[in-house]
Ligand binder design. Sequence first.
Ligand code: PEP
Ligand code: MG
Length: 841
Amino acid sequence: MQQEPPRISLVSPEAPIATPTHGGRAKCLQRLVRLELPVPRTVALSFACVRDVAHGRPPDTAQILAAFPEDALLCVRPSSEDPDWGGPGAILNIGMNAARRAALAETLGQEAATRLYLRFVQAYALHVARLDPDVFEAFEDDGPEALQQALDAYEDEAEEPFPQDRAVQLAAVLRSMARAWDGTSARLLRQARGAPADAGLGLVVQEMAFGLGQGECGSGVLQLVSSETGVPRITGRYLRQSQGREALDHADAALFLERDMRGPSLEERAPEAFAELVGYARLMREKLREEMQVEFTLEDGRLYILDGVRVSRTPRAALRIAVALAEDGIIPREEALMRIEPGALSELLHRQVAPGTRRNRLARGVAASPGAASGRVVFSAEAAQAAAARGEAAVLVRRETSPSDIRGMHAAVAVLTERGGMTSHAAVIGRGLGLPCVVGASELRFHTRKKTLVAPDGRTLREGDIITVDGTTGDVLAGAPAMVEAALDDAFQTFLAWADELRDIGVRANADTPADAQTARNFEAQGIGLCRTEHMFFEADRLTPMREMIFADTPEDRRAALERLLPMQRSDFIELFRIMQGQPVCIRLFDPPLHEFLPTDRAGMRELADALDLPLSDVTRRVEALGEYNPMLGMRGVRLGIAVPEIYDMQARAIFEATVEASREGAPVVPEIMIPLVSARREVELVKTRIDAVAAAVMTEKNARLDYRLGVMVETPRACLRADEIAQHAAFLSFGTNDLTQMTYGLSRDDAGRFMSAYVTQGVFAEDPFHVLDTDGVGELLQIAAERGRAGRPDIVLSICGEHGGNAESIAFCRQAGFDYVSCSPFRVPVARLAAAQLAI
Ligand code: PEP
Ligand code: MG
């Protein structure tokens, strides 16, 4: 049987004190004692001891007090396993009574002695005896009259005189702190911060260093780096004639440490103590392997170190701190990489609402694409473009977005939609563009015709009003709060370079446009894993030939329209190949249903009738004829490729001609061509035959050789099950887990947002399966497909290109299944690089 740790231990270098039995603070203090820092005498009470006290067993005060001089004043502070779980506030100056006041008046002076006693009576009354705060917080000064009033009030309220015996005081303090930890609200609070239900509390009893009295006296905190940026800079607070954490709460501007413009500082008043303090902070950094905030007290010029706590930090500071610790040889690189949660990186890639800024929240939706941006509300893509042309920032507000909003999205600084979830159109495009996006904000009432947006509290926003979309938190805020800029600095680059050295799964980006491709390169993606070509057809100059192609009556007419699109597609690909400099580029052939390119309202139809020189009735009839009951399961993807093969022919030609041209000027290009929405081998055979023919034709015409790789996008359950035969015609399989999730669950990716939160809160789904891969169901299909795919073709390359590719848990699954790479939105690439490295460590 394991021996129970000592319940009460003097904190000494040898004492058996550990974090899981005595808490983090006790353990840290022991480390400071081992470093021979001037820590006042300290006794640690174990979790078991405190638990018994909470349950009514009196603490062994005699044993505790035996460790301290008879006249020492004491303080008690909480020591939970993780400091972030909180705990009851510290109680200082235990042992103060009338006699000690008289004695201390001799050494510290009358004023300091009175103040110490008053503080203790107040703290004891409020936190131990739990008397009325209105009575004990109301004293105007720290003088003898206030003390007498406090003692009288105590006697009145508690119906007994203020206890004078140090042991009695200590026992009561310990009991009240132990019970406070056991209270329901404290428990709920710490559970919300990740503490287990049975988290224990230790307590540390420490001899007081006064911080009050003769000579240079005071207390404060010091750290070596900025909590905001992590940049080395001595910061902190110091308040003369103060105790505990008073310096932190004090609004006095003269609280500072280093010499600067504001007048005498601690460094000037007590240069030796200051130098000693900075030296201790450096020693703690090195030996505790962490940036620490040092809590100190000066008593008549003599320095005491009371405690050290991990410096609080923003994600950007956390990264810089981790890199600096590794560069200084204090921690290994692997540990630096493990110290940053991958998701936190995405905060560095975008502007954010400045921490600590008051948030004037209108509503909350799904945080679909991180970063924050402020702009004027506009209700149409056209208005967003017009605003951009005027140089104004616009937030595009739509019920949901469709491909026809793309140009408006490009022009906007952020997007807000009423409907949709993590894989809705707005979310996917927003992440691709690095555009802050909140979707599914159904708390707001969207009156897009009346051009108003009504918040749950009744506030009404009109076109032109300024709002902020915070895609990191899902908040929609009124007005424009202060922001902090993205932080792609040296520390960031160094950190990710270390990640790349360690990871063993590739990371590519989903990139549709040259701008996306450039972002992908900037974030050092190893190629493009998915280029959704249809986005290239929404440009203004392409929409008309595209629509002509859709309306063509004969293959010849269709080919003529496609002829006009060909050079545009070719130049798109040349540019992508050029930007990617010989890295792999995987191009997906046309995927969406054709009607997405057609207008939905009368005005649009009329415009189209004009452009195509057709009667309006003709246009309306044809648009209607192209409508489908269930377009996501209708004529799209490879089905379109087989029914209207000229589209794929044109795309293949554009790819091959671009390949020849780009290879002439730069690194040789081996394009990857991917067929979407496959469910049967024969589909692949048919498309492959035609593409091979186009490749042969281009080689002859251009008198050039070219290589390409044809692959299949696995997005239907049947393609997973038949991966063996499909793989025989495919050099690679890339799992489109957005559609695969949709089809496996029979759950519309565009409509799931409406009930997803109800499903997650009631535990039907642990997570939104469009966000975190459902490893049980969809994952099983992936595994089956990977296994069968390899059986069909042992050297098959496997990857994932759905939105899950940028999610750490999903990457873990892909790595386990032996995938070669993941492909994700360009702005998720750094997150994926780190997540992949952590899996390999
Ligand atoms: C997918 O379905 O996972 C995918 C990547 O394709 P899209 O999102 O374009 O349907
Ligand atoms: Mg898909």
